[in-house]
Write a protein that binds this ligand. Structure first.
Ligand code: AMP
Ligand code: ZN
Ligand code: FE
Ligand code: FE
Length: 280
């Protein structure tokens, strides 16, 4: 059993359609794939239908943009009910906040001598219901200002970068509560990636487990080096939560994130599946 629990389609900032992603998952030899687009459930029905056609079990997922101490924290949710009002309302606010900062970011980019127009960004958006930094990065690539998304983030768009503009996000503890209220399973995404270890130290992760019943921690992820993974596995054992592994595939939008590059152990997936209220 090969299980990948974190992937993106062009319904957020990946480049495959949901159906293409499922076909790619089948080709990569995956038995189970979760579609976890940022802040939207829009691609899930298409992915589940494609899963039936191609013999891949598709888990209904989501990656919710949260924050802690004004920094970005991502929360994976599995099996959350798209009709749950409180979660849906927060997702609208996140999406509006993301799209609403496009103009100020473009103004900063112009000031930095790398102008792109709103139209150039919109041409990169696919069927995403919000416009995120990766789309702006793609427009910078298309305009020839940078070679790839990574350079766009490193030079301009990364948190704290010269063209970074903060946006609305939910406090992660509140996000966990909303996911649970929607019947979902909550797993912190790549907690120690991109220098976040100081933001989410072991005692804070323990607090999220003790006080908000966080279900799991994503351990095997490309943003975690071997040392971070080893220490997170020990923490997962100590806390008695689910430890997952996944690719965080974005199609051609992210290199080194091929489908199945990291996977979740079957016994962990079995446990996660038991906690899902919706059948997969
Ligand atoms: P946004 O939600 O618009 O703030 O964009 C966040 C998305 O940008 C994340 O989900 C990642 O896919 C991507 N991202 C954030 N920081 C970086 C970075 N330093 N390098 C590459 N991609 C990044
Ligand atoms: Zn993404
Ligand atoms: Fe993420
Ligand atoms: Fe992701």
């Amino acid at each position: 059993m090969r299980i990948d629990l974190h992937t993106h389609s062009n319904v957020s900032d990946g480049t495959d359609t949901p159906a293409e992603l499922v076909v790619a998952a089948a080709k990569a030899g995956l038995d189970v794939v979760a579609l976890t687009d940022h802040d939207t459930f829009d691609g899930l029905d298409r992915a589940v239908a494609a899963g039936r056609d191609h013999g891949v079990e598709v888990v209904r997922g989501l990656e919710l943009s949260c924050s802690h101490e004004h920094q970005s924290v991502h929360l994976l949710a599995y099996g959350a009910d798209p009709e749950a009002a409180a979660l849906a309302q927060e997702m609208v606010r996140v999406r509006e906040g993301r799209t609403g900062r496009l103009r100020p970011v473009l103004d900063l980019l112009e000031g930095l001598g790398v102008p792109v127009t709103e139209e150039q960004v919109m041409a990169q958006v696919g069927s995403s219901p919000s416009v995120g930094r990766p789309h702006i990065a793609d427009a910078l690539v298309e305009a020839g200002w940078v070679a790839d998304r990574r350079e766009a983030f490193d030079r301009f768009l990364a948190d704290g970068g010269p063209a970074h503009v903060a946006r609305y996000a939910i406090e992660v503890a509140h996000g966990i509560d909303l996911v649970h209220a929607a019947g979902g399973v909550a797993v912190i995404a790549h907690p120690w990636g991109r220098g976040r270890e100081g933001l989410l130290p072991p005692d804070y992760l323990a607090e999220l487990v003790a006080e908000h019943h966080l279900d799991g921690i994503e351990v095997d992820h490309q943003d975690h080096d071997a040392d971070a993974r080893a220490r997170l596995w020990r923490l997962v054992d100590e806390l008695g939560v689910l430890g997952t592994g996944s690719s965080d595939y974005h199609g051609t939008g992210k290199t080194d994130h091929d489908l199945g590059v990291n996977t979740t152990r079957p016994e962990v997936y079995d446990e996660l599946r038991l906690r899902l209220r919706v059948a997969v």
